[in-house]
Design a protein around this ligand. Sequence first.
Ligand SMILES: *Cc1c(COP(=O)(O)O)cnc(C)c1O
Length: 417
Amino acid sequence: MPYLAINGGPRTVPEGAIRPWPPVDDTDRAAVLASLAGTNHAFGPNCVAFQEEFAAWNGNAFAVATNSGTAALHMCLAAVGCGCGDEVIVPAYSWSSSATCVLHHNAIPVFVDIRFDTMNIDPDRIEAAITERTKAIIVVHLHGLPAEMDAILAIARRHGLAVIEDACQAHGATYRGRRVGTIGDCAAFSFNQNKCLCSGEGGMFVTDRQDLVEKARMLWSFGETRTPVEARDYHAYALGWMYRMSDLVAAFGRAELKKLDDYLAVIAENARAFLDEIEGAPGLILPTIPDGCGTNWYNLMVRLDMASFGWNGPPVEFRNRFLKALLAEGADAGCYQRFILPAMTVFQAKNAYGSGCPWRCGRDVSYDPSAFPEAQRHTDTHIGMTTPLRPPNTPETARLVARAFRKVAEHADELTR
Ligand SMILES: *Cc1c(COP(=O)(O)O)cnc(C)c1O
């Protein structure tokens, strides 16, 4: 008799038990309808208020509302004065735009491997990647776990580099008691569908420095030097993009921001329930949270210890079978990234701006994927989960999903024979 649902056994998580993210209630509906009843649907009063409220919530002096986290990242590169052919250090494992934002600014990403335990950039490998052309380090607080900022800031100071925080997944995460996004020179947040603060699409550039916000704003709105709420002279002073947020999106984002602290508390409680229920299941590597780091549990990662399952084949093959079995159990889990960043075609083929740009403007760096073994090992063995830990889901939902992981782990012989 098979135990696993994928082989005809009973399923662990009942149909409909996992509810979708984000919860939308009457406060969201009222806010969006009020925006619709107004007269400025472009960068309007909700955008101005959202900037102020988000800056206050996170503890930043300045915030600029954007139409994506990627736009905010691109603005970070402009803010720190990155130029054509300059090099920027980026972790080898992240969302693609943590690195393509560098290409957007005609600069060159140089990858550094991650630490397997934290999944964040390995500070011990950063200095070997620094050259006389290096301008900045992009640190990603991946899955809501802060990177090792003390070590990274010390390296940056030693070499005169700017530090950009990709906080797109890390709303509310803390490093030694400080909110991420307040530690480096400037930072980017995302309000995409999946993030802990969802406005549909959207993002926020934040900084505490007046000079940086001024440079970022030039890129944000057609290369103009005035914001859409001031008297504009409609003059392009620099090469600009159109990265502004719309009022409807800001209205939704503001309504969700009011609920964000409650959301983060529920996510933390659900994560604790998941970890409590899964403890002791065989072959699973559970997250480690270093001292001084407060994660927001954006995406809870479980890695498979191939040797303990007696699997000698390609790790990806077993991970994929494990994931399929989990999905059959009704667990809403998934693979976050199937490729490390340097292995992606845009870097392998160097097909960014064409004609060899930006590499022709600087150094022709190597993107040999074999130089990033920790990132590869993580990519090949991970399974992550977001929605089951998010409200309106409860600790009971999280425990059900943990039971699905445990069941597949305990009956993994059904996957290998
Ligand atoms: C989501 C995300 C981004 C991009 O944000 P968008 O709003 O989708 O442009 C960048 N970096 C990381 C780590 C992300 O998770």
